[in-house]
Design a protein around this ligand. Structure first.
Ligand SMILES: [Cu+2]
Length: 342
């Protein structure tokens, strides 16, 4: 028995280690896992899950145990044996109706209680407002009532309540950061709200949790929780245009290519301080300060920018970004410009 147990626990350890490795390999941010709570709201949800899970385990073992016991205890032993015939047992029937009913009522009550604690009405008043807009297939985040537009990396300060207004101008999405907060639907024509709060600095992966088209699975995002001072510094930086590229540099050439209507970039993208004011794609004013792009399908780095601009449809089939084929030279100049937008 002991040997068996050791074997199983070793197998379990190996399994969870490989799962952890698998999770880490996928993404730099902390696990997308409701069982790894990093906020009070996620903690409450995980606690409720554990409670219901262990109640279910006890019931499962009891019911299956009884089943196995009865199978052996009351099996037919002789060919001419005929079991004693019963017609109902009021006491037993009331008991096996009342106990599950009470259990379910208890779980229901606890669920309503937790929903109240993590619901949109909490916590009231104070806190900073942000707006999150679900697009196909990337997330936009707005600060200062829409004056600052950013994408995919949602920066928030640690230790402060963040009120999130959720909007969509297309189909229904669902805003979900498993280790911080449960899902909230993002519905066109209606403003939903949720809130975020954690005092733990870090990067938490989120994901659209409502099927919204071909690239739904690649509609991810990161909530980047910073110390209030770091958050302020970040917000100050993204409020003003990035530094102008040096004259005659590769980046300056890239800027010209970007602003040239022939490449069509300005039809969909805005860059503050330039003539580009498109609204279909992510605001690129400070694209170089992001950790990832294209709904977090790609990390933000040189090779990925080249890959993306060379053929966005090959990287993310169906993406709204359709562009004329660029030459490698144009791509390199554009990438130099985009990388200068810190
Ligand atoms: Cu979506």
């Amino acid at each position: 028995m002991r040997l068996l147990w050791n074997k199983w626990s070793r197998l379990g350890a190996a399994l969870s280690a490989s799962l952890a490795l698998f999770g880490l390999a996928g993404c730099a941010a902390t696990p997308q896992d409701i069982l790894s709570p990093f906020s009070p709201a996620a903690q409450l949800t995980a606690d409720l899950f554990h409670l219901v899970f262990w109640i279910s385990v006890v019931i499962f073992i009891f019911v299956e145990g009884m089943l196995i016991f009865f199978v052996f205890r009351y099996q037919r032993r002789r060919a001419d044996e005929y079991p004693e015939q019963n017609h109902g047992n009021t006491k037993l029937e009331i008991t096996w109706t009342a106990i599950p009913a009470l259990l379910l009522l208890g779980v229901f009550g606890l669920t309503i209680h937790v929903m109240g604690q993590v619901g949109p009405q909490f916590p009231p008043g104070q806190g900073i407002p942000i707006r999150v807009v679900g697009h196909q297939w990337w997330w936009e985040v707005q600060y200062n009532d829409g004056k600052v537009k950013y994408a995919t990396d949602i920066h928030i300060p640690a230790g402060q309540v963040v009120h999130v207004e959720l909007k969509s101008d297309n189909v229904i999405h669902s805003f979900w950061i498993p280790s911080l907060m449960g899902k909230t639907d993002v519905v066109p024509g209606y403003t939903n709200t949720t809130w975020l709060y954690t005092d733990k600095v870090g990067s938490y992966s989120g994901q659209c949790a409502e099927f919204c088209g071909a690239q739904h699975a690649n509609m991810l995002f990161r909530v980047i929780v910073q110390s209030p001072a770091d958050f302020e510094a970040w917000l100050n930086n993204v409020q003003t245009p990035a530094a102008e590229p040096a004259p005659n540099s590769e980046a300056a050439r890239g800027k010209e290519i970007f602003l040239n209507p022939k490449t069509t970039c300005i039809g969909c993208h805005a860059i503050q301080g330039t003539t580009a004011v498109g609204v279909t794609g992510p605001d690129l004013t400070h694209v170089a300060s992001r950790t990832c792009i294209a709904g977090c399908l790609l990390e933000f780095d040189h090779a990925n920018l080249v890959k993306w601009l060379s053929n966005p449809q090959a990287v993310k089939p169906g993406t709204i970004m359709k562009i004329p084929q660029l030459t490698p030279d144009e791509v390199n100049a554009l990438v130099a410009y985009l990388e200068s937008l810190k």
